[in-house]
Unconditional design. Sequence first.
Lengths: 611, 214
Amino acid sequence: MEPQNFLQDCPPFDELQAEQRQWAVSQLQSVYMNEQNCNDILKEMRPALFIVRSGAFDLRGSDGRLIERLESGDLFGYPSLLTGREIVNKLKTIEDGIVYVLPQSAFDRLRNASKTFEQYFIRAHGQRLLTERRSEHDGGSDDWTEQAVSEVISKAPVSLTSDTNIGAAAKLMSEHSISSVLIVDDGQLVGILTDRDLRNRVIAAGLSYDVNVAAVMTQLPESVEETRPLLDALTLMTANNVHHLPVVNSNNEPVGMLTATDLIRQQRSEPVYLISAIRKADSRAKLVEEAEKIPDYLQTFANRVKRTTVVGRLMASLTDGMTRQLIQLYEKDYGVAPAQYSWLAFGSQGREDQTLSSDQDNGLLLANGLTDKQQAWFKGLGEYVCEGLHECGIPLCPGNIMASNPDCRGTTDQWLERFKGWTQSPTPKALMYCQIFFDSRAVVGNGKFYQQYRDQVAKLAQNDMFLGNLAILVNRISVPLGLFNRFRTEDTDDGDTIDIKRYGIALINDIARIYSLQAGLTTPNTPARLKALESSKLLNRRDNQSLLEAWQFLTQLRLNHQLTVWGTDKPKNALDPDELSTLSRRQLKSAFKIIKEAQQGVGLKFSRQGY
Amino acid sequence: MGQLLGRLANWYQRRQQLQQSWLKQRYVALDIESAGLDPARHQMLSIAWLSINPPVMHTGSAQYHVFSHGQQLELGQSPTIHGLTQQDFLHSSEPKQTFAMLSRALTGAVLVCHHQGMDWRFLKYAEKQYGVPFKPLAIVDTLAFEKKRFDRRQQILKDKGQLTLSACRKRYNLPDYEAHHALTDTLSCAELFLAQAYSLQEPDLTLAQLSKLA
């Protein structure tokens, strides 16, 4: 008989004793729920437990994001029963249906009567809170980019020693039908040999097949550790423009090979796809066409991934990809680069925390002693690429930190000279430059050339007076927490808002930068800097972890906000704390508190004047 | 004279209420299971009813009563048809008390039945038998509603099976319930009624207008 039969199979009612269930039935009301009445029902009948008997309803957060599709047997309304909080979620009827309603008094009696019944809701409530948080900030469930590399590589590695001759290597590759092979000496990875190497360096060069592979392999290739998430592998592949990535264990012993095909196989609609579409664009118009898809794509991607920091990295990867493609297009018309150089990404692209609204920050690092003609080639490159990126939707830099600006195209000596000037006489303007230029990364060009230069820059930064000045600068901005721990908002045209970039994310970036400059680190990415600083004596582990969590929370909050206001002219980095959930507001306050303490920390540790 | 005025007042009140939105009314869905179709010859075996204040159905306080009729118990058709067992009759109710309760529930409410003819015939018979008046505000028939819906849409009714409670429910995507148990059928009928009435999508529809459709 209905509704007994139904409840008997509906957890946690199935856990009740027959009489308890019978009693529960006697307390039920049911409603015919449809689009006309669903939200009124929710409003008028709460607090209550709602049990869907038939139909389909979407539970959406106050921001409109889908939390759950409710169908027969699904329960809702219990978080409000357990916490006494108002129901802020809204319903949308997909298909009309019958919903049973158990009032609070009956719910409480059942809770007291049955521990299993109560436990069920407490557990469910816990999970629900997490998903509520997740959908609020980054949504999504299955996220392949979080998968470890080791989960994807299947074949045992095929390897050779470097003294194998080319002919034998080619035969082995053909036998195993693989397009690349690892070269391993004494258990250590020394190189990689690919189809492309055989084509370009052997056949095209007319080399004898008796020569050892050592002569034609790519030496010391980039590799990825097996425990790293796939996104790291993806980033490495795009950054180095390679399709094969050796996988190593923590002892640096090769355990397999990851190919671009492995990644594409994960999911067709995933970033690899967009990145490879960008790489295939053979004209500027095509590239712009692909780039136009990015905002929409990012919206769905952000809804799917757990950690939104990957969104910043993905955006940086896409910008890197566009940059590389533009450089290739330029080379097609004007010939290859006449000298060694690196295309540099600064600021958010450099740090890989780029957003949809981040503008360009880039420059060129050139070999010393260029002729006028060579200089002209790079001038053309800078102008072409910056203009191209602008067409692709990356705004021009208002501060003109772009490779199209002669000041941002420097030889190694010129750049070092500038850094020396900034670090030795840190004027306010110099310090501002430092906050941008120290967060650099080479997007295109010879890795060694850049790294040698970057190491020298790192040495220049290890200057107490300079670091002290940076610490003073960080302390000039006070976090927007006022008396009694209230938010201090700014009265703007868009209401009372807080700029979480300026007063949050940027401050953590600044703080992490100071510690990492002191430690001589050259990585620009804030989480990577913090990770590298884990053993630092200056920044203890707990504070380090807190800073990382605050940074992750704020970047998630910002992304969520940006996706909400995308397409409107609302500010992209400022939000109204009153519009946040209680949980988010609490988290935001604690993030600001962490920043405040960290500011005082760098003040004490670095600034002579003390804070 | 006073009686006449009282009737006039009642008539006026009823007329007023009929002019109000169907959503503002109280309804009583009802189902009777009997041993046959003729109240004079066949016994009423069970009755169930439940109040509705749209969109809420007071499911938990639905009434369900089984009549054993003393020694003259006669199941007629197979007892499985009505979902009744000998066991149920052990908990049988006293008819007069049961009908008095129903009488109070129906006063000022709209009676909702699937195929009202038979149920109403049995109620009228009980009214006489036990001297308990049944004075619903109006009667809404979910079967008639469905039949008229076919007419309105100029669809042709192929066979009578299309008008059974479960066939009607299917058209509104309502769940499958086991039929022919007075309580389940009452619930089925109540849900069907709400589905039908909401499907008109006219919150301002008066009760008078609604009862013309059913």
